[in-house]
Ligand binder design. Structure first.
Ligand code: GTP
Ligand code: SPV
Ligand code: MN
Length: 618
């Protein structure tokens, strides 16, 4: 389609304005058809940017390789450009919007020379849902168009929904690599140097400008930029929640159903939990979403969640038949792979795929190397980048719940928080009430993973990542805590609020040679044992002890049937209160974490910290 096919005057004017600034060779409005997808993919293959995979192994699937400077989100180059710095808060990078726009306009000027400018109308959430929101992404990257086609509902149908007067969030993206004088990409992933990358959100205008990166959340602007950074702002204005959470449907052996959301930081197990295959008989998990949840109160006073996305942008390494078979099946056709290794027979491979590769591999940097006899590689020598990803349509997931596109969403019974904590935080504990739950969310910490940094030396260090939304909150995190407190306070019916839990699959004991990876809990499918306890807690079952830190499983309340003996031995250790550890935790929260928020820290949270300290000293 062309600009003249756009009926909405506001969209048309904006597209014309960007065209004049970026000076593309051509402008194309995406209709979202299969023909368009195939044509753009062919363009990528012809430019040497995409490799078609073997049709017998991965039908209609393609591999892209990016550059080492463009393998993950760039938090240091991500900005919340609010009018006042105080509104961006202590955890976001801030530049005055006037200054940032001047800088970025300088970069955008003529940045699409030699390229086509694509206009992608997209919807976050099921079309026609009262919770969904529309956006228009302008980009000069075919890779982005192709990924947005899988990750969102995109194309002409969304222009029809927006109509002549509907609202939309304008999202501008350029890879920041103009092609002058007939220059070609020649198989090299286009992007700008790190210091010229800008992932900018203008919260007052509900506007996104991204420049210089073609990767993931930096470039697929519906995801982190819109569905979290801008949506957190909208959610606060409108009284709902936009969260970095998976959504799953849990069915017990009696056929009773509960829906659960979970906020874990990047690469900490959301996709895995959302698609889990329970190891305890009779239980079933189905997927609603694996990364983002938008939640609003329904007429019945319960909190309802939708998944604003239509696909999975999932971490490839570590995904195997054993760990996440459903993700592998989701990505077995019609999938885009990024930074995975390529096998001799035209399939993809990554560390932790469950089997060694044969012969030579082309690694994610494009180098041919003989495969190792195992499915692990030394750090820094991986064949697939640790943040290699698959982009797969959600509808291909074998365990997608039939109601995953229900425009009204699903009613949430439990909210989980979690992260990679090698010590202190137990396998599971439950908050006493809503505010205690908000406290638990506010203190989430985790080891840094390859998803959140392009600097490998940072990986493994522990940092606080409140609500797992640290890199994705579009306003002052202290005010975000207050918003969560207010949601509880103003809930239409307090008794119908979801119960809040803190889980940790990642306790470690490196001195126990029995434990694979040093993990004291098997994780993955065995997390169903914890989900079952949580399910029963939501029904008020008497299966918990009231401890200093909250409700914890009574001895024997976690089903251990079929669990390896060495895990039965570690279980008491990871289900008790580590008093020393928590006292250190309190000291760190009091001295380093909470003071950052100054007057924006809700008094309810300092009260919770005092209560915890008092409980522990009893
Ligand atoms: P983002 O897409 O970055 O937001 O990540 P995510 O939270 O969806 O993480 P994902 O489920 O893709 O998991 C990332 C990594 O954690 C993978 O390498 C998994 O193998 C590993 N992982 C997931 N669940 C578990 C678990 O229960 N135990 C252990 N030890 N590792 C896990
Ligand atoms: C994350 O980092 O949390 C992701 C991947 O889900 S990205 O979309 O690149 O942010
Ligand atoms: Mn994520």
């Amino acid at each position: 389609m062309e600009i003249k096919d756009i009926k909405n005057a506001k969209i048309k004017a904006w597209v014309e304005e960007i065209k004049a600034m970026c000076e593309p060779d051509a402008v194309y409005v995406c209709d979202g058809s299969q023909e368009e997808y195939d044509r753009l993919m062919k363009k990528c293959v012809d430019a040497g940017l995409a490799t078609p995979l073997n049709k017998d192994k991965k039908p209609n699937s393609f591999l892209f390789r990016s550059l080492p400077s463009d393998v993950a989100r760039v938090e240091g180059r991500t900005f919340i450009s609010s009018v006042k710095q105080d509104d961006a808060g202590p955890t976001n990078n801030w530049i005055d919007p006037k200054e940032l726009k001047e800088t970025m306009k300088g970069l955008y000027k003529g940045c699409m020379h030699g390229r086509t400018m694509y206009v992608i109308p997209f919807c976050m959430g099921p079309l026609g849902s009262p919770i969904s929101k529309n956006g228009i992404e302008i980009t000069d990257s075919e890779y982005v168009v192709l990924n947005m086609d899988i990750m969102t509902r995109a194309g002409k149908k969304v222009l029809d929904v927006i109509g002549e007067n509907g609202e939309f969030v304008p999202c501008l993206h350029s890879v920041g690599k103009p092609l002058n004088n007939g220059e070609k990409d020649n198989g090299i992933w286009p992007c700008a140097d790190v210091e010229h990358k800008y992932i900018s959100q203008f919260p007052e205008e509900h506007l996104i400008w991204s420049y210089g990166s073609g990767y993931g959340g930096n470039a697929l602007l519906g995801k982190k930029c819109f569905a979290l950074r801008i949506a957190t702002v909208l959610a606060r204005e409108e009284g709902w929640l936009a969260e970095h959470m998976l959504i799953l449907k849990l069915t017990n052996p009696k056929g009773e159903v509960k829906y659960v959301t979970g906020a874990f930081p990047s690469a900490c197990g959301k996709t895995n939990l959302a698609m889990l295959i329970p190891t305890i008989p009779g239980w079933k998990v189905e997927t609603i979403g694996d990364d983002i949840a938008w939640m609003k109160f329904g007429k019945d006073g319960r909190l309802y969640a939708i998944n604003p996305e239509a696909g999975f942008f999932g971490v490839a390494p570590g995904t195997s038949d054993q760990s996440n078979k459903n993700a592998l099946i989701s990505a077995s056709s019609n999938t885009i792979f990024t930074n995975c290794a390529l096998t001799e027979d035209g399939d993809v491979w990554w560390e932790g795929i469950g089997y060694p590769a044969k012969g030579d591999l082309i690694d994610w940097k494009g180098n041919k190397r003989p495969a190792l006899a195992k499915d692990k590689s030394p750090k820094g020598e991986e064949f697939a980048h640790p943040n290699a990803r698959f982009t797969a349509p959600a509808k291909q997931c074998p365990c997608i719940a039939p109601e995953w596109e229900d425009p009204n969403g699903v009613p949430i019974s439990a909210i989980l928080f979690g992260g990679r904590r090698p010590s202190t935080v137990p396998l599971v504990h439950q908050s006493r009430d809503w505010n205690h739950g908000v406290f638990l969310g506010s203190i989430v910490g985790s080891e840094i993973t390859a998803a959140s940094t392009i600097d490998a030396s940072q990986v493994g260090k522990i940092r606080r990542d409140p609500f797992a939304i640290l890199p994705f909150c579009g306003y002052n995190m202290g005010d975000y805590f207050q918003h969560w407190i207010n949601i509880g306070k103003n809930a239409p019916d307090q008794s119908k609020l979801p119960k809040i839990f803190y889980v940790n699959w990642f306790r470690k004991d490196d001195n126990n040679p029995d434990l694979p990876g040093g993990f004291m809990w098997p994780g993955y499918g065995d997390n169903s044992r914890v989900l079952a306890w949580i399910f029963d807690r939501c029904d008020g079952k008497d299966n918990a002890d009231d401890t200093a830190i909250g409700f914890m499983p009574k001895a024997g309340a976690i089903n251990t049937d079929g669990l390896a003996n060495y895990y039965k031995k570690t279980l008491p250790e990871i289900t008790k209160v580590d008093k020393e550890g928590w006292l250190k935790e309190i000291k760190d929260i009091r001295e380093n974490h909470y003071p950052k928020f100054g007057k924006h820290l809700p008094k309810e949270l300092s009260e919770q910290l005092d209560i915890l300290e008092k409980n522990l000293s009893k």
